[in-house]
Design a binder for this molecule. Structure first.
Ligand code: NOJ
Length: 639
């Protein structure tokens, strides 16, 4: 039974070049023996149909009880074909798009002998210093909730979990991981029940209602009790109130970390606390396997609690159809057919386009002409193949499209393009600025590709100062000083503080990390084959020090809008407004809103609906699509 609750890294199919090799148990022969002996029921982060079949064969032919293994993986935004990072895709505000990319990722994962994905991440991200904002849908509860549902449905498909192309979804990390103090990853969370239930939990609840049958317990503590040892959260609320019937997996050694939290005395105690709290499966630490037999023998954990956890794991394995076909129809031929298809790459290009947000476009500088003008593409991200973004362990690196390549393909005469890095991401390069200024002077238009590397916005990558790294800011200042028109293409995994030459450039596109087809998606917009229509899923602040910053904050008794000059809720240096608000985004058309009309006598009944309509007109010469947004609040309310 303890073996069914034990989950280890896959040492057979592990990719040491992309994941910390010391993470791996690293000994295939020993792991195979564990499978045979029933000490191991689950593996993660290995992909591949052929070896997957072989490992499964050991379990179902050579172990005593012949219980199939469960294979999980971090398929966050695509597997071989890489789609935009989740925060980028949330900028589309398009749940159908999120459904389609999740579906494509699931098709590739299932064909590669994966059964479960550790996604979607549904943590609300209101503090942009937190490096994992990039993995979710931003600061808003509704957008996060809608994306959580769309992605869950996309991963699991509509034909039931037993469908060979379905992946079990794992909304994570329960709960309030994004509310870490100061945006510092893994940090303490001190939170009111109202905020927990009103902001951080709704996306989880919605994803479970959409059918997700597993979840992952978070690293952080909540009001002094670590999530992974939190019986109120994982049992009273999750099972009792919500009726969740799937299984809970710990995050990477999070039950062992109860010791560092100061919540468990040792490994045995940690296993006991996590199991009793409602963590069914232990990731990597091995503590469940090691201690469950003794915990039960000594009476510290009732056998019924172990049975409960095992039953949950086995039920999900059954729901996935593993007891009917442990191989779920995988084959090398199917994998070849269903992975990295032309349709998936076309979808990646479309999703990339839809994920870009145009912050400004003074004087209609964009779109750029495809011919007749000399373009200098300046900055570390012009030629860079750093397009995937974090959490792409298996992305096909031979199919990454840089901005430079995308531009060359789009331009009628690619010889009019000059590409200069000018700076590294976080360190200057010798002579870089001089070369960049010379290139700018010789060009008609400058495109500045600057921002964060994919390693800068990821797990354990909190930033105290969410700025464009100083060497790139210096590059931008020098280039803008040439007086040439400048388009900024921002590469980022969070909202950034934009200042000086970057903030003042004529045009700014937020391009995030768009995945395999990044260069082509951006070129489609820059050269006007398509118009941008993304909207910010996170507010861009004036200054880093405003974090946490989000639009739906309470007004306070002395709001920034109050008339009293001296005493109000604002910063000396930045007031309390964003540079670009949540929901902002421009397009090439000219979109005008008429006066809204409100039905129902203008009264929104409790528990009822109210219809609001508005005439939206594009008076420009270019096609546009518009995300119509409506914001409401109670003027007078009690909680
Ligand atoms: C730790 C991360 O927090 C989690 O998101 C991920 O799924 C696991 N590692 C497994 O790789």
């Amino acid at each position: 039974k303890a073996g069914q609750l034990n989950l280890l890294n896959d040492p057979f199919r592990f990719r040491p070049q992309s994941v910390n090799p010391t993470d791996s148990d690293g000994n295939p022969a020993r792991v195979a023996e564990d499978i045979r002996a029933g000490r191991l029921g689950n593996l993660f982060n290995g992909v591949g149909a052929e070896s997957g079949r072989e490992i499964q064969r050991i379990a179902v032919e050579e172990s005593r009880l012949k219980i199939p293994l469960l294979f999980a993986a971090d398929i966050i935004h695509g597997l071989f074909t890489v789609f935009p990072v989740p925060l980028a895709e949330a900028s589309s505000w398009d749940v159908d798009l999120a459904y389609r990319t999740a579906r494509a990722a699931a098709v590739e994962g299932a064909a590669s002998a994966i059964h479960q994905t550790y996604a979607p991440m549904v943590d609300v991200g209101r503090d942009q210093r937190w490096g994992r904002v990039v993995e979710g849908a931003g600061e808003d509860v509704l957008l996060n909730t809608l994306m959580a549902v769309a992605r869950t449905r996309g991963f699991q498909g509509q034909r039931g979990l037993a469908d060979p192309q379905a992946l079990l979804a794992t909304p994570k990390h329960i709960a309030a991981y994004g509310a870490a103090e100061a945006g510092l990853d893994y940090n303490t969370v001190d939170i009111s029940e109202a905020t927990l239930k009103g902001v951080y939990l709704p996306p989880f609840k919605a994803a479970f209602e959409a059918g997700a049958l597993s979840t992952m317990s978070a690293f952080n503590d909540i009001n002094g009790v670590p999530a992974t040892g939190n019986e109120w959260l994982l049992t009273d609320l999750l099972r009792g109130e919500w009726g969740f019937e799937g299984f809970v997996v710990s995050d990477y050694t999070s039950e062992q970390e109860l010791i560092a939290h100061g919540f468990a005395a040792d490994g045995r105690d940690a296993a006991r606390i996590a199991l009793l709290a409602g963590v069914d499966m232990s990731m990597v630490s091995g503590l469940y396997l090691e201690h469950i037999p003794d915990l039960v023998a000594s009476g510290d954990v009732p056998m019924a609690v172990v049975d409960r956890a095992v039953r949950r794991v086995l039920s999900v394995k059954a729901a996935l159809g593993l007891f009917d076909d442990p191989y779920r129809g995988t084959s090398v031929e199917r994998e070849r057919r269903e992975v990295g298809t032309a349709e998936h790459y076309a979808l990646a290009r479309e999703a990339g386009r839809r994920s870009v947000v145009m912050l400004k476009n003074d004087g209609g500088l964009l779109p750029l002409p495809k011919s007749g003008r000399r373009i200098a593409l300046i900055g570390p991200f012009g030629p860079s193949l750093d397009v995937f973004g974090p959490w792409t362990i298996w992305g096909d690196e031979s199919k990454r499209v840089s901005l430079e390549q995308g531009f060359r393909e789009a331009m009628v005469d690619p010889s009019l393009l000059t590409v200069i890095e000018g700076s590294g991401v976080e360190a200057p390069v010798d002579g870089g600025i001089e070369a960049a200024v010379a290139a700018a002077q010789a060009a008609d238009i400058v495109v500045l590709a600057i921002g964060e590397s994919q390693g800068m916005s990821a797990e354990a990558q909190s930033r105290a100062d969410i700025v464009v790294p100083p060497p790139q800011q210096a590059l931008a200042e020098a280039v803008v000083a040439t007086g040439k028109p400048v388009v900024v293409l921002l590469r980022n995994g969070r909202a950034l503080e934009l200042s000086g030459a970057v903030r003042d450039a004529e045009a700014i596109l937020v391009t995030w990390f768009l995945g395999s087809e990044m260069g082509r998606s951006v070129a489609d917009l820059v050269f006007g084959d398509h118009a941008p229509d993304g909207r910010l899923p996170v507010s861009f602040p004036q200054l880093s020090g405003q974090q946490p910053f989000y639009y739906s904050r309470k007004t306070t008794g002395r709001p920034a809008s109050s008339r009293d000059e001296g005493y109000k809720a604002q910063f000396r240096e930045a007031g309390h407004t964003p540079l670009y608000p949540f929901g902002h985004g421009l397009t090439y058309g000219e979109v005008h809103y008429g006066a809204p009309s409100v039905g129902g006598g203008g009264v929104l009944p409790w528990d009822g609906a109210l219809e609001v309509s508005v005439q939206v007109t594009n008076t420009g010469r270019r096609a546009a699509s518009e995300v119509v947004q409506l914001y409401i609040r109670d003027r007078v309310a009690t909680m």
